[in-house]
Design a protein around this ligand. Structure first.
Ligand SMILES: Cc1cc2nc3c(=O)[nH]c(=O)nc-3n(C[C@H](O)[C@H](O)[C@H](O)COP(=O)(O)OP(=O)(O)OC[C@H]3O[C@@H](n4cnc5c(N)ncnc54)[C@H](O)[C@@H]3O)c2cc1C
Length: 453
């Protein structure tokens, strides 16, 4: 392991070099520890106790708000904990928290004929992704990725190593599925239930004019409850020039709407059957492409939309508002997108069953998330204010709370767990981390954590 104290060589790179968002925070840990093993993690936690430091954690560095970078804490960076193993008999994979879902876990499993509902962006670390829920490929059918976590190995606030599952240390297992950055321990390995890989991934992508947004939303809200769970529909408001356009159709300029749907299936006929429902779309299209794709191609498209080396301001909300009430504030937001890479999504989630007993507990009919992507530090305040105000306007009517993965509570706070689960998590935190060794949620107003509205 290596330790970088504030003020010494290598500290700055260790502090923020692995933070995806170029909008680097003005927060300074006392030191950064690059851990190579669970033993290093335990030693780091004990060292922090001796020196009176709090502890923060980094796996993949993709938290938009850079939750891992906290003032005067010991930041334990888990980049070295990236091993992968697979047991053929149980179908369980054991993965280190810094394993990147699309870049490493997915190809590792594909080689073995297996799959896991990993994140859409290939470079997200499974650590932060799984702890906060995990919205991954095929999630409408397979559920939140954290539902496929069968156990976690952790280091606790006193430096002990524990195995946690439904039978032993079940409180820490319960919290590991949804607590996100409020988790009162450090996960050193995730035990993941994998599934047989589907041989085919299809996409169906329609391009529409922004002016037809209201009609499109109205139609999609009508269709959503009837859609097969294997169908994953996303409307993306995008300004990227490279979009499907029918022959002789010209890009209208500015923002367009892509209805991008993916299905994982056993054969092409099944894909055709599942996607046929979109052929009756009453909204005039500018372009349409349907056919076989692959996780690698879809991941490349994600990378193009969310490039590295840019500044990001992000917010999200679940909403149960009907289309006619959602459309005005959402279309206003979509019309105001103004940089090439900025985008915003409508994701048709439509919860259809009670969630299992785990910390994760807030979802809604539709997920709206907006990603402002820009280059100039002088625009930070403008874009942060804009994305939080516009998202708040959507949430004001029918908002059901947020998904931790696309939040920044230093800019806007909302509920992310049910009241009962938040209370239970606080009890677990008080028992497992009585001295508050782990930093917990980063919020402008800690007193308003998990307050709805
Ligand atoms: C380009 C991009 C695309 C994304 N796409 C998706 C997506 O498709 N689906 C989705 O659900 N989310 C998505 N996200 C959100 C992402 O899942 C979250 O930001 C997540 O927290 C990132 O995990 P990480 O380990 O990379 O981040 P980090 O910044 O390393 O971790 C975030 C926080 O989680 C906690 N944490 C992380 N690891 C551990 C651990 N081992 N033990 C204890 N606590 C830990 C810590 O509090 C840490 O500060 C995306 C983010 C980006 C930047």
């Amino acid at each position: 392991m290596r330790l970088f104290l504030r003020g010494f060589a290598g500290y700055e790179e260790a502090r923020v070099g692995r933070v995806f968002n170029q909008r680097r925070p003005d927060r300074y840990p006392a030191a950064v520890l690059l851990a190579e093993s669970a033993d290093d993690v335990a030693e780091g936690v004990r060292m922090a106790g001796e020196r009176g430091w709090a502890v923060s954690v980094r796996s993949g560095g993709h938290s938009w708000a850079a939750w891992s970078v906290r003032d005067n804490a010991l930041l334990i960076d888990l980049e070295g904990l990236n091993s992968l193993a697979y047991d053929e008999e149980t179908g369980i994979a054991v993965a280190g928290p810094a394993v990147r879902g699309g870049r490493e876990l997915a190809p590792f499993l594909t080689e073995r004929g297996r799959a896991f509902p990993g994140g859409h962006c290939p470079t997200v670390g499974i650590g932060g992704f799984l702890l906060q829920g995990g919205q991954g490929w095929n999630s409408r059918s397979k559920g939140w990725a954290c539902e496929s976590v069968v156990a976690v190995d952790v280091v606790t606030a006193d430096g002990s190593a524990l195995h946690c599952d439904a039978q032993q240390n079940s409180d820490l297992y319960w919290a590991a599925r949804g607590a996100g950055p409020g988790y009162p321990a450090i996960v050193t390995a995730f035990h993941l239930q994998t599934y047989p890989a589907y041989p085919h991934l299809w996409h169906d992508t329609w391009t529409f004019a922004l002016d037809d947004g209201e009609a499109l939303l109205s139609w999609m809200h009508e269709l959503l409850p009837k859609l097969d769970r294997r169908v994953e529909p996303v409307i993306a408001a995008t300004r990227l020039p490279n979009i499907p356009l029918d022959e002789s159709v010209e890009h209208p300029g500015g923002t367009v709407l892509l209805l991008h749907t993916t299905v994982m299936v056993s054969n092409p006929e099944e894909a055709e059957d599942l996607l046929r429902v979109f052929d009756s779309c009453p909204v005039p299209k500018l372009g349409h492409v349907r056919g076989e794709t692959s996780l690698a191609e879809e991941s490349a498209a994600q990378d193009e939309q969310s490039p590295e080396g840019h500044r990001y301001a992000v917010d999200c909300t679940w909403t149960d508002a009907p289309a006619d009430r959602l459309a005005p504030p959402l279309l206003r937001l979509w019309r105001e997108l103004d940089t090439t890479h900025s985008f915003s999504i409508w994701y048709g989630w439509a919860p259809h069953r009670p969630l299992p007993d785990m910390a994760f507990s807030v979802e809604g009919n539709v997920y709206i998330a907006t990603y402002v992507v820009y280059q100039d530090a002088a625009d930070d305040e403008k874009y942060r204010t804009w994305v939080h105000e516009r998202t708040a306007a959507i949430a004001a009517d029918g908002g059901a709370g947020v998904y931790l993965g696309d939040t920044d509570f230093t800019g806007r706070q909302d509920r992310f767990l049910s009241d009962a689960n938040y209370r239970r998590l606080e009890e677990i935190r008080a028992t497992r981390d009585p001295d508050g060794r782990f930093v917990s949620y980063l919020a402008a107003d800690p007193a308003r954590l998990n307050v709805h509205g």
